[in-house]
Design a protein around this ligand. Structure first.
Ligand code: CP3
Length: 373
């Protein structure tokens, strides 16, 4: 059963469109900010919900996913300029038929990962995202309604290479030696797997936009484990299919949906900055990790795309005075009013102090409001 396509008129009017305007390249009155993993274990109210429910139960129950998505929006009232739907990149491997558990304090665990190419036969063919991932679409529609226009809502996916890495490693890994051995031993079968994941990722993003997501982010969290040549063979060709195919599908449904801004976060892929920011690929925003210098990143790619990021998440362990000083330097380097969305260079850590995040958000608001450019 297809999920109904929603448009702006199905939802409360948007009262804060800063981030959408920055994604389109407009100059704004202050720097918009949101934070990767802004809903999560650093928040006591999240830990309270998590004590009652399994991780994937929260993801699969639209009311619970909505509740935890709104926790940081409510707590930091007026300080966050976007929300991101509570879910996980690993719901796509689940939709492909693999079992994934979330083990507290350990992270994701696949009891039966893909060991060699004969295991590709275990993956579901013709995945119907409207059936397998409908719960995400329902969570998005409900959350956008409950947000009541306070800020836009992000949908997201894992990039094909990062998902392939988890499907083969079966969980986190220091070296990715299993996944990377596929690339050398079975390059053609690796490409088959990457293409099958890409097809699901594209359908899933189209569904999230139809459900009400107002921006879409692609997380290639393991890009930095690849050499430039490997990235160009096994990640970029799939990442670059996504905006074109998603927009073409949305245009068929409703041309208004096709202009949805798309963000790419290829963590650690310094060498890929130029190739990811070409207009032909079609990402509006490039998210930088904290190992990249904002000014040199901007100099390398020009002004055609917006940048997002990128303080080291560990900055939030520092005293509040240090946080404020570092924010001023960061906004100076990015230039706060055009083509810049503040975030961290990666996600929140479970042991971060929520009040230090508040100081970071307040500093971005205050400094960017006072700056002239
Ligand atoms: O607030 C948000 O950002 C939205 C929710 C969100 C989660 N995961 C919730 C989550 C998002 C956007 C993700 C993306 C995700 N998931 C990525 C890409 C971003 C990144 O961090 O690089 C990756 C690699 C995953 C896979 C994943 N999920 C890992 C490696 C882990 C364990 C690591 C950890 O932080 O414990 C998860 C678990 C996870 N996903 C948690 C949350 C809140 C914590 C698990 C728990 O509550 O038990």
């Amino acid at each position: 059963v297809p999920y109904p396509a929603h448009t702006d008129s199905d939802f409360p009017p948007l009262k804060n469109d800063l981030i959408l305007r920055v994604a389109r390249g407009e100059t704004v009155e202050r720097t918009p900010v949101w934070i990767m993993r802004q809903a999560g274990r650093y928040l006591p109210e999240f830990r309270e919900e998590r004590a009652k429910h399994d991780f994937f139960t929260i993801c699969r129950t639209p009311e619970l996913a909505c509740l935890v998505t709104l926790q940081p929006i409510d707590r930091y009232e007026g300080l966050l300029d976007a929300s991101i739907i509570f879910s996980d990149i690993l719901v796509v491997p689940q939709a492909l038929g693999l079992e994934v558990q979330m083990v507290p304090a350990k992270g994701p665990h696949f009891p039966d990962p893909l060991v060699d190419p004969s295991h590709l036969a275990r993956l579901r063919t013709n995945v119907d995202v409207n059936e397998e991932l409908r719960y995400v679409f329902e969570a998005i529609t409900l959350t956008r309604t409950k947000l009541d226009g306070r800020c836009p809502l992000f949908g997201f996916v894992g990039a094909p290479w990062t998902l392939m890495a988890y499907m083969i490693e079966g969980g986190g890994s220091k070296t990715l030696s299993k996944a990377k051995s596929w690339l050398g031993r079975w390059p053609e079968e690796s490409k088959t797997l990457l293409q099958r994941v890409t097809d699901v990722v594209v359908d899933f993003l189209v569904g999230q936009a139809k459900a009400g997501a107002q921006l879409l982010q692609v997380f290639d969290s393991w890009a930095g484990e690849l050499s430039p040549a490997q990235f160009n063979t096994f990640s970029l060709p799939y990442i670059q299919q996504i905006p074109k195919r998603v927009r073409a599908a949305l245009r068929e449904i409703n041309p208004d949906l096709a202009s949805i801004p798309m963000v790419i976060f290829a963590r650690g892929a310094h060498y890929a900055l130029e190739s990811l920011s070409t207009p032909e690929i079609g990402y509006d925003v490039i998210s930088l990790d904290w190992t990249m210098d904002p000014a040199s990143a901007r100099a390398r790619i020009g002004n055609g795309v917006s940048l997002q990021g990128n303080a080291d998440p560990s900055l939030l362990y520092a005293p509040i005075a240090t946080i404020k000083a570092e924010v001023a330097i960061m906004l100076e380097k990015f230039g706060s009013r055009t083509r810049y969305i503040a975030n961290l260079g990666h996600g929140m850590h479970p042991d971060h102090d929520p009040e230090h995040l508040r100081a970071y958000l307040e500093a971005i608001r205050d400094v960017s409001t006072q700056r002239k450019s």
